[in-house]
Design a protein around this ligand. Structure first.
Ligand SMILES: NC(=O)C1=CN([C@@H]2O[C@H](COP(=O)(O)OP(=O)(O)OC[C@H]3O[C@@H](n4cnc5c(N)ncnc54)[C@H](OP(=O)(O)O)[C@@H]3O)[C@@H](O)[C@H]2O)[C@@H](O)CC1
Ligand SMILES: [K+]
Length: 497
C-alpha cells in the first residue's frame, strides 16, 4: 500500500524527527538523495555528470535549500551549475555551499532565465515545496511556465504550483519528468491534476517513517488487491461465491445492460440475476447466456421479489430516470443488501435524496457532473477540489463515494481516501463506467465491504484497460479499446495481479 500525507502531517513528523537530530541533518539527507537522482538522469541523458549543465530554480524557502545543496554536490562532481534566484532571499547555507563548490548564483531576469532553462541538460525545480500556498506569484509563475521548454526537469519534493495536500493546481505549475520527494508521498503526487505534473516519483527516505501518523490518502498496489480479492474455495458453489442482481438498461439503452453484466461475469461473480424491460433482457440473454433474466414491465407490486435472492445489487446504468425507474430504484434501495448506485441511479438519487437513506452499505459512483447535482456544488469547483468533495459527499450522504476522473477517488467517512493509480486515457470511451459498476457489484456480492469493493473494482478496471490497450501485455505500443475489451481483459488482470 502506498501512503500519502498532507503538508501539515509531514511538517509535524519532520518536527518530531528534527528534534532528535543535529540541525541540518534532514536537509543533508534530502539533498544527497536529490543529487543522486539528478546524477543518474544526467548520466542517462548526457553520458556523464562532469561538464553537464544544470540550472537550479531557487525559491526563498527550504525547498530552494535542498536544490542548492544538491547543486553543490553536482558541482563538486564537475557539473556546471547555475542557480536562478526567484526571490530576494535564498537559503544562506545552501547558497554558500553552491558557491563554495564552484557553482554560480544569478538574480532572476526573464531572458537570462529562459536561456539557462533551455540550454540546461537538467533543470531542478526548487521554487516551492510543501510551504507553497495558492497560485504561484511572479516571477515563480513565469519560471514554472518556462520549464515547458526544458530538456529534463526534476521537481524537488513536489512540482511547484501543485498543492501538496490536495493535488490542486491554480495557475502555472511545473511539469516534471521526475519528482524527488522526501520522507513520504504527499497527497498531491497521487491525485490529479498534481499527479500528472509529477512524472515518475522517487521517494527518498529521510527517516520520517516512525513519526508519520495514519495516512490521509492511500493507493492500493497489485499485491494489496490480490490479498483483498475473494477467491473461490473448494467446497463453494455459485450462491456462496455471490449472486449479484443487476437492474440496468431500458428499451432506449440496451448496451449499458450488456456491458454491466459483462463486468460482473468477467470479474468472477457466482451468478448474475439481470432484470429490466423486454429489450435489454433480450440483448443480455443473447450475449450472456450465463445470466438469469427477469422481464419487468413496471406493473409488478414486488419487483425485487420477482428477481429473486441476491447478495448485492447494481442499480442504474441505462435504466432511465422516469417514474418507472424511480419506483424500481426505491424498491432496490429498500432492501437490506449492499447496492452500488451508478449513472441514472445517481441522477435519481440527486432528485430524491431520500433514496440513499438506508442502513445497508451503499456505493455511489458519480463523475464530477453527477456529484455536482448530488451536492449542489458547481462542477468546476468539484473538479478543482476533488479530494475535499469526495470526502464531503461520503460524510453528508453516509455512503461510499467513488468519484470518477483522471484519478478516481474512493471516500468513506473516517477512512483514508483511496486513490486509484491504474488506468489510461483510452478508458474515456462510452460504456466503460457500466463495466466498472458490474465489477463492483460482483465484488460486493462476494462479501467485500463497499470501500474495498469500490477501490479494488477501480484498480481491476484500470488494469484491465491497460492490458487491453497494450494488446494483452503490461506495456508497449498502445491501441484504442472499447468497453467490452475492458471486460474481456479482466480475467488476465486478475491472473497477473
Ligand atoms: N522541514 C524539514 O524538515 C525539511 C524540509 N525539506 C524541504 O523544505 C521544504 C519546505 O520548506 P519551507 O517550509 O521553507 O517552504 P517552501 O516549500 O520552500 O516554500 C516556502 C517559500 O515559498 C514562498 N511561497 C509560498 N507560496 C508561494 C507562491 N504561491 N508563490 C511564490 N512563492 C511562494 C514563500 O514565500 P513567502 O510567502 O514567505 O513570501 C516561502 O518563502 C520541503 O518541501 C522540502 O523540500 C527537506 O529539506 C527535508 C527536511
Ligand atoms: K518544487
Amino acid at each position: 500500500m502506498r501512503t500519502a500525507y498532507t503538508s501539515d502531517q509531514i511538517r509535524a513528523a519532520e518536527a518530531a524527527l528534527m528534534a532528535r537530530l543535529p540541525e541540518g541533518t534532514l536537509m543533508a539527507r534530502a539533498a544527497a538523495g536529490l543529487a543522486s537522482v539528478c546524477a543518474g538522469m544526467l548520466t542517462a541523458s548526457a553520458g556523464k555528470v562532469y561538464g553537464s549543465r544544470v540550472t537550479l530554480l531557487i525559491g526563498s524557502g527550504d525547498n530552494g535549500g535542498d536544490a542548492l545543496y544538491a547543486g553543490a554536490r553536482l558541482a563538486r562532481r564537475g557539473a556546471r551549475v547555475v542557480a536562478v534566484l526567484a526571490g530576494s532571499r535564498a537559503h544562506p547555507g545552501g547558497r554558500a555551499a553552491l558557491l563554495g563548490a564552484g557553482g554560480r548564483v544569478v538574480a532572476y531576469e526573464e531572458a537570462l532565465a529562459r536561456d539557462l532553462i533551455i540550454e540546461a541538460d537538467l533543470v531542478v525545480d526548487g521554487l516551492v515545496g510543501i510551504g507553497g500556498a495558492g497560485a504561484l506569484r511572479e516571477p515563480y509563475a513565469t519560471l514554472a511556465r518556462l520549464c515547458a521548454d526544458a530538456h529534463r526537469v526534476v521537481a524537488v519534493d513536489v512540482p511547484s504550483g501543485v498543492d501538496a495536500s490536495s493535488g490542486r493546481v491554480d495557475g502555472p505549475a511545473v511539469r516534471a519528468h521526475v519528482t524527488v520527494t522526501f520522507g513520504a508521498y504527499k497527497n498531491g503526487l497521487l491525485i490529479d491534476p498534481g499527479a500528472s505534473h509529477a512524472g515518475r516519483v522517487e521517494l527518498v527516505d529521510i527517516g520520517l517513517g516512525p513519526y508519520l501518523p495514519d495516512p490521509d490518502v492511500v493507493a492500493l498496489t497489485g499485491p494489496d488487491v490480490a490479498d483483498l480479492l475473494p477467491r473461490p474455495i473448494e467446497e463453494t458453489d455459485k450462491y456462496r461465491r455471490g449472486v449479484v442482481g443487476i437492474v440496468a438498461g431500458s428499451d432506449r439503452f440496451t448496451g449499458a445492460a450488456v456491458l454491466c453484466v459483462a463486468g460482473a461475469l468477467r470479474a468472477g461473480v457466482g451468478m448474475v440475476r439481470f432484470a429490466s424491460t423486454a429489450e435489454p433482457v433480450r440483448y443480455v440473454r443473447t450475449r450472456w447466456p450465463e445470466a438469469v433474466t427477469t422481464v419487468l414491465d413496471g406493473t409488478e407490486p414486488d419487483p425485487v421479489g420477482k428477481i429473486g435472492r441476491v447478495q448485492a445489487w447494481v442499480l442504474g446504468p441505462g435504466m432511465g430516470t422516469d417514474e418507472r425507474a424511480h419506483a424500481l430504484a426505491r424498491a432496490v434501495l429498500a432492501t437490506d443488501e449492499p447496492v452500488i448506485v451508478d449513472a441514472d441511479g445517481v441522477t435519481l438519487a440527486a432528485r430524491d435524496p431520500s433514496l440513499l437513506r438506508r442502513s445497508a452499505p451503499t456505493v455511489i459512483t458519480p463523475h464530477a457532473g453527477e456529484l455536482s447535482r448530488l451536492l449542489g456544488v458547481p462542477r468546476d469547483r468539484i473538479e478543482a477540489r476533488k479530494l475535499e468533495h469526495a470526502r464531503r459527499a461520503a460524510a453528508e450522504l453516509g455512503v461510499t463515494v467513488l468519484l470518477k476522473g483522471m484519478t478516481t477517488l474512493v471516500a468513506e467517512e473516517d477512512r483514508p481516501v483511496r486513490v486509484n493509480t491504474t488506468g489510461t486515457p483510452w478508458l474515456a470511451t462510452g460504456g466503460t463506467g457500466d463495466v466498472l459498476s458490474g465489477i463492483i457489484g460482483a465484488l460486493l456480492s462476494a462479501g467485500l465491504p463497499g470501500y474495498e469493493a469500490a477501490s479494488c473494482g477501480a484498480y481491476l478496471h484500470g488494469r484491465a484497460a491497460l492490458l487491453a490497450v497494450h494488446g494483452g501485455a503490461e506495456a508497449g505500443a498502445e491501441g484504442p479499446i472499447a468497453a467490452l475489451d475492458v471486460a474481456e481483459a479482466l480475467p488476465e488482470a486478475i491472473r497477473t495481479l
